[in-house]
Design a protein around this ligand. Structure first.
Ligand code: RRO
Length: 312
């Protein structure tokens, strides 16, 4: 059995990687992802300057998932770009992802110029969906701003690039966003970011579980699974064939990984489950995925990728 997958000419031993934000803030955490059985990894979204993020508590998990309002704490683009350049020199056959995020359209141009000018030869993920910076809406819910950012970006950026999207909930949104994305030379999309602005309450104290934004934060984990599946499926049905899809959201078992691939995912990212279990989840989930495939008689991911059945 092979769990291998590819995005264009980038080849991975298996589909599993961290979701940006989880276990990827520091060079030590990134090195731990490399040392793990993950097929690849992505950095925390780097911004033009380092940020401390929102006040704590800013993350909480319950049985069915997590809420976070980290507020984009990160060590800055230079830190992650330096790491990526050093890493690719040491490990030329292990392609990785650099995630970046801006506070304004001009930030994305600045970030794109910096990466374009560097020797970085991996994949760049432009995060258009952070839900947690007070006063800053999730960019990709604004189609005009998204179009402007992508137009400016691809005037200067010629390296493999993708966008991290928020969840959408209406078929008209899928139609509109896919039509927009299909006009640009994207290598991949990543769907979905956390479900923005949920609320979790501590029953003992009737208090919101996190401090920032009056308790509102991005929801991940099992709560997100059906929405992640629908978003991956809906975009696979609408995007150009040469745009790969990273499926993110709601994975806790190998069957969840299988389901995202069945909906069309080329890679699968782990957020809450990685935060809860640590890097041990990569080995567990790869083995559970292999077991599901064995039961079905499948030996490669292409045997079932995108082949969801529907009722006639
Ligand atoms: O740092 C965060 O608060 C954060 C980001 Br940038 C994101 O894209 N998604 C998320 O759930 N949290």
């Amino acid at each position: 059995t092979s769990l291998a997958s590819s995005i264009q000419n980038f080849h991975f031993d298996n589909v599993l990687m961290n979701a940006s934000g989880v276990h990827c803030m520091t060079t030590q955490e990134l090195d731990e992802l490399y040392a793990s059985p993950a097929g690849s990894f992505v950095t925390k979204s780097g911004t033009p300057n380092a940020r401390v993020g929102n006040p704590e508590p800013r993350y909480h998990q319950l049985e069915l998932g997590s809420i976070n309002s980290m507020g984009l704490p990160n060590n800055g683009i230079d830190y992650y770009l330096d790491y990526a350049l050093d890493f690719q020199a040491k490990h030329p056959d292990h392609p990785i992802f650099l995630s970046v995020s801006g506070m304004s359209p001009s930030d994305y141009t600045l970030l794109a110029e910096k990466i374009q000018a560097s020797d970085f030869n991996g994949l760049t993920e432009f995060n258009l969906s952070c839900p947690n910076v007070p006063g800053k809406p999730q960019i990709a819910y604004d189609f005009d701003t998204t179009e402007q950012i992508l137009t400016d970006l691809f005037k200067i950026f010629t390296k493999p690039a993708g966008v991290k999207l928020p969840p959408f909930f209406d078929l008209a949104q899928f139609d509109q966003m896919a039509a927009l994305l299909n006009r640009f030379p994207l290598t991949f999309i990543n769907s979905i970011n956390s479900l923005g602005n949920g609320l979790m309450i501590d029953p003992a104290t009737d208090t919101a579980l996190i401090r920032p934004k009056g308790g509102f934060g991005g929801i991940g984990g099992a709560y997100a699974k059906p929405i992640a599946l629908a978003n991956v499926r809906a975009f696979r049905q609408r995007l150009r064939d040469d745009i790969a899809i990273i499926g993110t959201g709601g994975v806790t078992t190998g069957r969840d990984v299988y389901d995202l691939i069945l909906c069309g995912a080329d890679m699968v990212q782990l957020g809450t489950v990685l935060q809860v279990e640590g890097v041990a989840c990569f080995d567990r989930l790869n083995h559970e995925l292999e077991a599901v495939m064995a039961e079905k008689g499948y030996t490669t991911l292409d045997d079932f990728r995108g082949k969801l059945q529907t009722i006639q």
